[in-house]
Design a protein. Structure first.
Lengths: 619, 367
């Protein structure tokens, strides 16, 4: 019977009741992605659709139940791999090996893999395989194929072993590896190398032929300096490591490689100085990186999130830098740097808050300049986090603190503004964040222009429209500037969020709220750790006095590496690093003229002062 | 319980902050009310008396080297009595935390946040103290070390900036209502330094007896001198009749700072240091109370109990019906009579240990 006919036969009472009783609605079946092998087992595509809950049909419900029973837990990529038959061993039969490569790379569906088959002398079949676009074709043509085709019959005489020996010597690439395992063969192809196989052999030859397009070395984008190196990392891992090696020419500089990502197989390198780094820290870095199980990893930011100690902290516990010189300076402190293929950043671990607040330029500047800049930076940190909150607390709870003239000026400016101060502050802060975000997203010079124009126009318009008071514009601008003075992007981001936390604290309880919020913030900081190192090291816990904390002592006085790292060699330089201050200066070339001068004039500057370390400091 | 370890300076900071916290509240007023112009001397006498008590406490701890106070209670008096004593200490510190929080809130309301409901002042304070307890003793000590500099900096700033209003003649007569009164009240108020017992409870976190003695003596001496100096400055600024009416002498002192029309009424900025000191004091009180409770009932993990103890502390906090009641009964109990529990119980335990020949003297040559 049709539904409309049924309705007609219902009594009026039932009709009224139907208006207030719950009715199950029939919905179209929704698509459900089938689990592994589900489609094959069922052989019916309709099983991909799951009946919606509450369908009236009993039969469909039972089918649904059945399907629920057959649903399996999704298999992880590693489980899927282990389920397959062992295919890793290279066969000594060209057809099997060819088939394996075709199958694994989905040829002919996958157009990137190039397989070039050929016949050598004595009718020996062979092939090379590589990924198009990842290789330098000149290397393949000139140094792999040409030597092979130039072979004479006598070159390939003998048993299979001698053939191999000959092949290794024939191929003219600088790096050749024998691979008996297909996993490694695939990895080499994916890296951009070319694999060569000749019938009868039980392994492949991987010939180095990487030659894809990459960005050249450019100036760092986010860590620019006036005095110092102008080189930044690029996306190529090898180039990045070489940039570090160019700075640290040391045989103990080790780079260990790890593959992360089941799908992306991203290569990561842990770089460290073996004779310096604390082995426990190194072991922890290895442990964390090698235990990452994910399918895709493309940026160092993603890696940071996988290895950081406190994922819920809004303050970063690793240092991300795009400068090879900065990375190198941390390596010689006894830390580890993690580089990733495809990411122009190095992650330095472990780090402390103090180090994150340092700028790469600090070491290049005279200690007086560097120290004053650091003090400014720490003030900037405090201003960026606290200034709007303080303003709010002052104007809401502690007006007596504001000098009368200023209070009158603020009150006059605020007279026509209809919003409470909190709304004003939030509006302006959000506006500022909006301009900043838009400025970053809009490409090139327009972005910068938009930032300045947007801020000017928006601020001016907001004041004219009596939406905010002019004092607040000053506060927000000072806060924004302070935020830009924080030398680390992630930390600056964290402070941007912290600002709202302090705004709310100041708004509800004034200075009392701010003080409580500060206690919580410090509590969080003292409990943070970066690879086992307390984040506030030097201060809490207190370590041996550092000469490179907020005050940067002269570079020749920094004899020791940071105490908290417990490096294998804690001494950076001898107690008297400026040995020249202990020696007599050579006789000036015009000796005859000096005879006329007094003894005080003859003595070179600083010579009389340097009998000990204390004397050195008086220079 | 998560206790962790920390060094000499962290322990010293923690103890100094806890001992000195009361200077920001009603303690100077009460002292001046009772001793007149010799309040500064009275607190020095209290400090010396506390040092003597601390010496006895040290003897007890030395006799049972490697054990904390709670373990000693159990070793000497047996499990039942020992745990009873530990439970008593837990209750006392719960009361101590609640009353301190209430005193802080009342003063803050009187001076700075007159329109804010008292529960809005107390509850965030207790919640943050609970959060610090959740993190553990090591976290509290490190927070204390970070904040000891602004606290002391602020204190020195107040004392120095108020210098123009001092009239040192106001300190006469030097012995106030008489030397006997000064000594008597000074001895009675040695309870104001009773927080030194925390050291005996957390001794295993501060590397044992060596730091225990150094931290204890240093903290008592520093606090005694600072307390005395502050009392003297308050007296010199306001004379004793007015000083005995100011709820918070230090707050009043910061209020009179005047250098120009621009640099005046800056007392609100010093709220920060009071809050830092109070939060740390209340957090450590909360922690000790919880630790004692867990020890008394053999509970290994303190974290599930946090909420219950927080609730209980809040309830105790709101028991007093008025500010005079807090001042005249509860604060008085803590600052004048707590020595009966805090000092006398360990001394009795020491006597029992000597009589029953329990424990032995330490052979630690480093002491």
């Amino acid at each position: 019977m049709l539904v409309s006919e049924k309705k007609k036969q219902q009594s009026p009472i039932l009709k009224i009741l139907s208006l207030i009783t719950y009715k199950k609605t029939s919905r179209p079946r929704s698509f459900v992605l089938p689990e592994q092998n589900e489609g094959q087992e069922g052989g019916d595509n309709s099983q991909n659709y799951q009946a919606p809950e509450g369908r009236g049909n009993e039969e469909t419900q039972s089918e649904g139940k059945k399907r629920t029973k057959t649903l399996r837990k999704p298999l992880s990529p590693s489980q899927v791999k282990s389920g397959r038959r062992d295919v890793n061993e290279v066969k000594n039969d060209i057809d099997s090996n060819l088939e394996m490569i075709r199958q694994q790379f989905n040829v002919p569906q996958n157009k990137d893999l190039v397989i070039r088959e050929f016949i050598l002398a004595r009718d020996k079949r062979g092939f090379i395989a590589y990924l198009d676009g990842m290789v330098d074709k000149t290397v393949i043509n000139e140094h792999i194929l040409r030597p092979l085709f130039d072979l004479s019959t006598s070159d390939l005489a003998g048993d299979s072993n001698s053939t191999t020996l000959a092949l290794e010597n024939i191929v003219e690439t600088n790096d050749v590896k024998k691979l008996k395992n297909f996993k490694k063969v695939f990895a080499e192809i994916l890296k951009g190398n070319t694999v060569l196989y000749v019938d009868g052999l039980d392994y492949f030859l991987a010939c180095e032929s990487i030659g894809f397009e990459m960005r050249s070395i450019e100036t760092p984008k986010t860590e620019g300096v006036v005095k110092g190196s102008q080189e930044g990392f690029s996306e190529n891992l090898r180039t990045n490591i070489s940039l570090i090696r160019r700075i640290i020419k040391n045989k103990d500089l080790i780079s260990e490689f790890f593959e992360i990502g089941e799908k992306s197989s991203t290569t990561c390198a842990v770089v460290y100085l073996q004779d310096l780094i604390n082995p426990s820290i190194l072991e922890e870095v290895r442990r964390r990186i090698s235990s990452i199980k994910t399918d895709f990893l493309v940026s160092s930011g993603m890696l940071e999130q996988f290895i950081e100690d406190s994922p819920y902290s809004i303050i970063p516990t690793t240092l991300s830098t795009e400068r090879p010189d900065r990375t190198a300076s941390h390596l010689v402190e006894g830390k580890a740097a993690i580089l990733m293929d495809g990411a122009p950043f190095a992650i330095v671990v472990p780090v402390t808050l103090n180090e994150i607040m340092h700028s790469p330029e600090d070491a290049a500047l005279k200690w007086q300049y560097a120290t004053s800049l650091r003090v400014i930076r720490f003030f900037a940190f405090a201003f960026a986090a606290l200034l709007p909150g303080l303003y709010l607390a002052l104007t809401t709870f502690h007006r007596e603190m504001i000098p009368t003239d200023l209070l009158i000026a603020i009150a006059e400016a605020k007279e026509n503004v209809p919003f409470p101060t909190l709304v004003e502050v939030i509006l302006m802060e959000l506006g500022f964040e909006l301009i900043r975000e838009a400025g970053i997203r809009i490409p090139g010079i327009i972005g910068n222009t938009l930032g300045i124009i947007g801020a000017l126009i928006l601020g001016e318009a907001a004041v004219s429209a009596n939406i905010v008071s002019p004092v607040l514009i000053v506060i927000v601008a000072a806060t924004g500037l302070s935020n830009f003075a924080i030398p680390n992007y992630s930390l600056a981001f964290g402070v941007r969020l912290l600002r709202f936390y302090f705004i709310i604290a100041g708004c509800f309880l004034g200075f009392y709220g701010l003080a409580l919020a500060l206690v919580v913030f410090v509590l969080m900081l003292v409990n943070l750790k970066s690879f086992g190192i307390p984040y506030l090291s030097i201060v809490a816990p207190r370590n041996k006095k550092s000469k490179d904390a907020v005050v940067r002592w002269p570079i020749w006085m920094q004899e020791e590496r940071p105490d908290y790292l417990n490096t294998l060699d804690s001494r950076r330089q001898p107690e008297i690093s400026r040995q020249w201050t202990q020696e007599d200066a050579p006789e000036p070339s015009g000796a005859g003229r000096n005879k006329d001068q007094g003894p005080a004039q003859q003595a070179p500057a600083g010579r009389n002062q340097n009998t000990g370390k204390e004397k050195e400091s008086s220079d | 319980m998560r206790e962790g370890h920390f060094g000499f300076l962290e322990a010293l900071s923690l103890m100094v902050i806890v001992l000195i916290n009361k200077i920001f509240f009603t303690s100077p007023m009460t002292l001046i009310e009772k001793l007149g112009t010799s309040a500064w001397l009275g607190t020095l006498i209290s400090c010396l008396a506390s040092l003597s008590f601390f010496g006895l406490l040290y003897l007890l701890m030395k006799r049972f080297n490697g054990q904390d106070l709670f373990q000693i209670f159990e070793t000497v008096t047996g499990k039942l009595v020992g745990r009873g004593l530990i439970f008593l200490i837990s209750l006392y510190f719960l009361y101590y935390t609640a009353i301190n929080a209430q005193e802080f809130a009342a003063i803050l309301k009187a001076y700075s946040l007159p329109y804010t409901p008292i529960y809005l002042i107390v509850l965030p304070l207790l919640v943050i103290a609970a959060a610090m307890t959740y993190v553990g003793l090591e976290g509290i000590a490190r927070v204390a070390y970070v904040f000891v500099f602004p606290i002391f900096g602020g204190l020195v700033l107040i004392l120095v900036l108020a210098f123009p209003v001092y009239d040192w003649d106001y300190l006469r007569p030097l012995f106030g209502y008489g030397l006997d009164t000064t000594i008597g009240i000074g001895l009675l108020r040695s309870s104001a330094y009773s927080e030194i017992i925390f050291l005996a409870i957390i001794i295993n976190s501060i590397h044992g007896l060596k730091y225990f003695r150094r931290v204890g003596i240093s903290a008592l001496l520093i606090c005694g001198l600072v307390f005395s100096l502050c009392c003297a400055c308050i007296l010199a600024a306001f004379q004793y009749p007015s000083s005995s009416e100011h709820l918070s002498g230090m707050f009043q002192l910061s209020r009179v700072i005047y250098y120009s029309r621009f640099f005046q009424r800056i007392e609100a900025i010093f709220l920060f240091i009071w809050v830092f000191a109070s939060v740390i004091t209340i957090a450590i009180g909360f922690y000790i109370s919880l630790k004692a409770y867990c020890r008394a009932f053999l509970i290994k993990n303190h974290r599930p109990l946090l909420f219950s103890i927080l609730l209980l502390t809040s309830a105790v906090c709101f028991l007093p019906r008025s500010f005079p009641e807090i001042l005249q009964i509860h604060v008085r109990v803590i600052r004048e009579f707590s020595f009966l529990l805090i000092y006398l119980v360990p001394i009795l335990v020491l006597l029992v240990a000597v009589i029953l020949r329990r424990g032995g003297t330490s052979n630690d040559k480093s002491l």
